[in-house]
Design a protein around this ligand. Structure first.
Ligand code: FPP
Ligand code: MG
Length: 324
């Protein structure tokens, strides 16, 4: 299933969410308004919003549409806030096919733009007025920040292993996927058993998505890339392909990888990509991403058959077959 086919199942719902995103991005403050229009206007996959809508439709048919639309918009705002911050942390140049906000307006504006979105999300969470959903979103936001700090602590530490990597990505990425599914389930009033399965679904899907993202950062030729490549190398981030290659590549290649990650020089990226390819690190990352996606999709058995359940299955497939 393509992303377009998946999105087509919730076209009207997504249009309502997009309207909210536009309306709630407005500000009287010129710079806030400019940054917000720029980043929201760039689009993006809106995958987390799609998850909220599909879970809601699959479970109860969006019994409380206003709350579900607000939830989808809140999650996109938290995600956007985290990307505005992340692009400063990673000194990234391209996002969603455009220059990053930090390259257009500088680091200060990008960080403060992130704060703008994050604080707008607070107000919308209050509008949803659902204590369990508030708790889920508060915990997820905190886990994202902790995941990022953990990643920073491990930067350039070549001893990092796969378990530590998985802990990082569970925090920085998987938690928001998880929150999208479980908060949508809570709004529909789903059973505890169903909520538990969807929590696992979101977490496993989020891990699969991030592993795929980390493989994409080392693809040799990728015309579909819509963001800077080589950021993980420059930032000394030990992602799954790198961890694997440091273990399995030839001795000469391993030495090069040690040097490249310590120095963080972007000019090493081509050689590093070549090593990733010949050591089997990219194949390994896709394989692991596929395993997580498969485990995620098994959790969907809890849902009654419906086109929305099939589309959730399609999201798992898309997450590990995409190249952008
Ligand atoms: C992308 O990772 C980044 C994240 C998934 C999270 C970033 C979070 C923060 C900077 C903390 C701020 C938190 C809040 C809630 C305001 P990546 O760099 O691996 O992916 P990329 O290639 O898309 O940049
Ligand atoms: Mg980044």
């Amino acid at each position: 299933m393509t992303l377009e086919q998946i999105r087509a199942l919730v076209t009207d719902d997504l249009a309502a969410v997009d309207r909210l995103l536009r309306e709630r991005s407005r500000s009287e403050v010129g710079l806030a308004d400019q940054v917000a229009r720029y980043i929201m206007g760039a689009g993006g996959k809106r995958l987390r919003a799609v998850l909220v809508l599909l879970c809601g439709r699959a479970l109860g048919g969006l019994r409380h549409p206003d709350a579900s639309f607000l939830l989808a918009a809140v999650i996109e705002f938290i995600h956007t806030a985290s990307l505005l911050h992340d692009d400063v942390v990673d000194d990234s140049e391209v996002r969603r096919g455009r220059a990053t906000a930090n390259k257009v307006w500088g680091d200060e504006a990008s960080v403060l733009g992130g704060d703008f979105f994050y604080s707008r999300a607070f107000g919308m969470i209050a509008e949803i007025d659902h204590s369990e959903v508030t708790r889920i979103l508060a915990n997820a936001s905190n886990a994202i920040a902790e995941g990022e700090l953990l990643e920073l602590m491990h930067a350039r530490r070549v001893g990092m292993d796969e378990t530590q990597y998985l802990t990082i990505i569970e925090g920085k990425t998987a938690k928001l996927f998880e929150a999208s599914c479980i908060a949508a389930a809570r709004i529909e009033g789903a059973s505890d058993e169903c909520a538990r399965e969807l929590t696992d679904f979101g977490r496993l899907l989020g891990a699969a998505f991030q592993i795929a993202d980390d493989a994409i950062d080392y693809l040799e030729d990728n015309p579909e890339a819509d963001k800077s490549v080589g950021d993980d190398l420059a930032g000394g981030r030990l992602t799954l392909p790198y961890i694997y290659a440091l273990r399995e590549a030839s001795e000469k290649d391993r030495e090069f990888l040690h040097h490249a990650i310590q120095s963080g020089q972007r000019e090493h990226i081509q050689e590093v990509c070549a090593i990733m390819h010949r050591s089997g690190a990219i194949d390994y990352a896709w394989k692991r991403a596929g395993e997580f996606a498969q485990r995620a999709r098994e959790r969907l058995d809890i849902l009654n058959p419906s086109p929305w359940r099939d589309a959730l299955d399609g999201v798992t497939e898309f997450s590990v077959s995409r190249r952008y």
